[in-house]
Design a protein. Structure first.
Length: 588
């Protein structure tokens, strides 16, 4: 991994080195230019009013007008009027901009040459338009060159010529109609204070409206959830109250900000409302996803499909992350940041993160495959490679298994997804497959008796699958005659299987003993003892029983008929009649 990163860094450095080397002629020319004395250029003084860009001119004019400094505001006008008339013209232009112009101040060009819009002449910049009774007034800036100064932007003379008539025809706003005439007419410091007071009152009113509408909205959501099937009526809607309140507050503030008194206030109110709407919408989305994922996870847990809970939660976290990222990008876009370099940086950063966290991502996708394919579930007893144990947790990075020695082993999901997994918990039945070895002294007739009785036991037993049950004399083994028993026990729980297996083995011992023989001694030890041999009476009875089967034509070899199987099935009770489980419990 580290060597790969070093190789990638070295390759990038090599590319940068080649890219930085110019052709031979270009390099020589650069050296010559560097060696030649550079002509001294006179320093151009910076504009003291910040008018080098259209944005600087508009913002500087609004700032001067909001403080009532009309003498300074007049320096942003392309006019040759006397000083008093220029100041009055600046005040009238400020009133028109505040009353009729709604623009995004962050969209103003910060380039010295402007946006160079084809709709306007060269060295002109269209800021916006104001609809008046006499027609539309276009607010234009013009780039001027005076003397040895650097070019700067001013409100154009054509726009200023139309300002007085538009000012006389333009009616006061809805809120200004309720303010004292002296305050509106003066448009000075008192008007500025009143405008901020109006902004504060509208903000408080918008918040009160948001509180009421948020309460109403949560009530409506609760009523809708109660009508939905699947138990959604029990879901709490309290987490939705806060994001809904701020979302409605942002929307209400955005509507009310259109009635604010000044352009800067409308811009600030609209910007604050946009940020509130975006942030609260992302917050609401995250909250809704969290509530839905929690409800889904509880439903999966109730149905017993716990293996999919981790996948559902992972999907919920990814959706929440997407909502947050989209919200952040929308906020950046709202405050005027160009998202193209941001997205390019995120792409390069994502590649770097992917390279650095290759193993982590591999385990993450391995966990998703394990959860989606569901070869194991929490609580299953399984074998992974040489490891056996119970699955206790399936996480996003690793799966934890409790071994038979009660230790906890964590297996990375990428490794788990590439291994063969044997899940014992998914068995629908268990195999009973012992090999019974009887003594070599056993006669053929005794062996036939043992085989027939064992088959009858398997066919009659309630918990044995009759169709697959069989017992065969398979070999003459090293210590005795080997009989292989193959039967499926119709239980899935291993503890129940052990109990049934114990019962079957005891019954097999009874059958061998009833045949007058015994189980082979598997030892290689040589011993001298008086051998009691086989039981003569039992042997005679076994031989007699086989003789009677022959005479009646009922010799059960190689097997009994299907009708006999069906008649025998279930005639051996389990548990046995002597078992405590068969006895009725005494009354208390």
């Amino acid at each position: 991994m580290k060597s790969g990163i070093r190789s990638a860094v070295a390759a990038l450095a090599l590319v940068a080195a080649f890219a930085s080397v110019a052709p031979a002629q270009g390099l020589l020319s650069q050296i010559k230019q560097a060696a030649a004395p550079a002509p001294s250029a006179p320093a151009v003084p910076a504009d003291p009013y910040g008018r080098q860009t259209p944005a600087g001119t508009v913002m500087g004019f609004l700032a001067a007008g909001s403080h009532g400094d009309w003498a300074r505001a007049a320096h942003y006008l392309d006019t040759k009027q006397p000083e008093a008339r220029a100041e009055e013209l600046a005040r009238e232009l400020k009133v028109l901009l505040d009353r009729g112009l709604s623009i995004d101040l962050n969209r103003l060009s910060h380039k010295p040459e402007g946006e160079q819009d084809e709709r306007v002449p060269r060295d002109h910049e269209l800021i916006g338009s104001i609809d008046t009774e006499t027609g539309r007034l276009d607010i234009l800036l013009v780039r001027v060159h005076y003397g040895g100064q650097a070019p700067y932007w001013l409100f154009s003379a054509g726009t200023l010529r139309a300002v007085p008539a538009a000012y006389q025809d333009y009616k006061p706003s809805f809120i200004e109609a309720f303010l004292p005439a002296a305050i509106v007419r003066g448009y000075g410091e008192q008007y500025r204070l009143w405008s901020w007071a109006v902004m504060f009152v509208l903000g408080v009113l918008a918040f009160v409206v948001a509180l009421a509408l948020a309460r109403l909205g949560t009530l409506l959501v609760r009523l809708v959830l109660k009508r939905l099937p699947g138990g959604w009526g029990t879901t709490s809607v309290r987490p939705l109250l806060a994001p809904m309140r701020w979302l409605i507050f942002g929307l209400t503030l955005r509507v009310m900000s259109d009635d604010l008194l000044t352009l800067r206030q409308r811009y600030l109110g609209g910007r604050a409302a946009t940020l509130l709407v975006v942030a609260s919408a992302a917050w609401l989305g995250v909250t809704v996803v969290a509530a839905s994922i929690g409800r889904w996870a509880r439903a999966l847990e109730y149905r017993g499909t716990t293996e999919r809970i981790a996948l559902v939660r992972l999907g919920g976290r990814l959706l929440q992350a997407v909502a947050i990222v989209v919200g952040i990008l929308a906020v950046l876009r709202a405050i005027g940041i160009n998202l193209t370099p941001v997205l390019a940086g995120l792409g390069v950063g994502g590649i770097a993160v992917a390279l650095a966290s290759q193993k982590t991502l591999e385990n993450l996708f391995g966990g998703m495959m394990v959860i989606g394919d569901s070869p194991i579930r929490v609580g299953n007893f399984c074998r992974v490679g040489t490891l056996m144990g119970t699955v206790e947790d399936i996480g996003l990075r690793s799966t934890r298994i409790r071994t038979l020695g009660r230790t906890m082993v964590s297996i990375p999901n990428a490794e788990l997804a590439s291994q063969s997994i044997e899940n014992f918990a998914l068995r629908d039945k268990l195999l009973f497959n012992p090999v019974l070895s009887v003594r070599y002294e056993t006669t053929a007739e005794q062996l036939r008796y043992v085989l027939a009785e064992i088959r009858a036991l398997l066919y009659r037993h309630e918990r044995i699958e009759t169709a697959s049950a069989r017992v065969r004399f398979v070999r003459c083994g090293q210590s005795g005659l080997d009989l292989e028993i193959f039967a499926y026990v119709s239980v899935a729980d291993y503890d129940q299987f052990l109990a049934i297996q114990e019962d079957l083995l005891l019954r097999l011992m009874d059958i061998v003993e009833a045949a007058g023989t015994g189980l082979a001694f598997p030892s290689q030890t040589l011993y001298l003892a008086k051998d009691g041999g086989t039981d003569a009476d039992k042997s005679a009875r076994a031989v007699e029983a086989v003789r009677e089967w022959r005479e009646r034509g009922e010799l059960p070899f190689p097997d009994v008929t299907p009708e006999q199987k069906a008649g025998l099935h279930g005639t051996v009770a389990y548990p046995p009649d002597e078992s405590v489980l068969r006895k009725p419990r005494p009354k208390a």
